[in-house]
Design a protein around this ligand. Structure first.
Ligand SMILES: *Cc1c(COP(=O)(O)O)cnc(C)c1O
Length: 213
């Protein structure tokens, strides 16, 4: 169920930073998404390709769909016609495939590069050195407009804050040489307050507004 009061609370917290809320609606029903839509939300995040495609067909066409998790290259073609922002591009192979499918669809697709900032081995993403080596001009149908990261799943707020600070500094550094860079996507239900306190301008929040999955 969509939690209207949590939603409004989060909006008040994001306003001073002018941060964008992406409502993570994976595994949530069409009805729940429509309730959120009626409250004014337009940015929704999904991380299963099939689910995203079927929801896109059923729901209003002014929704901006974000793909937020690990995306397999062979599935890019299904979302390329409509996806608003692919958050979490984590390999060169994927960049190449997105560029190819964007070209086929005569689109420029916006993407964020995922940076590995957590201590856990399992989280996807580039490291700093790899990010700095990426040459955007090789992907003319992609607009690399920022970075995304997931902090460690931990109660250690100092650790989480330091991971976010690290990504913020990398973002600032990229901005000096690439003027299209404008999105710093970090923060989820459990850690978004820390993320916005250090400069996040896009948070991806699911359970806090839609309940547990
Ligand atoms: C599921 C998910 C979220 C949202 O998680 P919550 O803890 O429910 O807010 C954010 N980002 C990514 C990449 C996710 O997969």
């Amino acid at each position: 169920m969509f939690n209207t009061s949590n939603y409004h609370q989060i909006l008040r917290e994001l306003a001073p930073q002018q941060a964008t809320l992406v409502a993570v609606s994976k595994l949530k029903s069409i009805e729940d998404i429509l309730s959120a839509y009626q409250e004014g939300l337009r940015d929704f995040g999904e991380n299963y390709v099939q689910e995203l495609c079927s929801k896109q067909l059923e729901l209003p066409h002014d929704i901006r769909w974000h793909f937020i998790g690990h995306l397999q290259s062979n599935k890019v073609k299904y979302i390329a016609p409509f996806v608003h922002l692919i958050q979490g591009v984590d390999s060169i192979k994927l960049l190449k495939e997105i560029n190819k499918q964007a070209t086929r669809n005569n689109r420029i697709i916006k993407c964020l590069l995922q940076v590995h900032i957590a201590t856990e081995e399992t989280k996807f993403g580039f490291n700093e050195e790899e990010i700095l080596q990426i040459n955007p001009s090789l992907y003319p149908h992609i607009n690399i407009c920022g970075v995304m990261g997931m902090a460690s799943y931990s109660n250690d707020t100092t650790l989480v804050k330091n991971e976010f600070l690290y990504l913020k500094s990398l973002y600032d550094r990229l901005k000096t040489t690439h003027q299209e860079i404008s999105i710093l996507s970090m923060g989820m239900s459990g850690d978004y307050k820390i993320a916005i306190s250090v400069g996040s301008n896009m948070v991806r929040i699911g359970s806090l507004i839609f309940g547990n999955r």
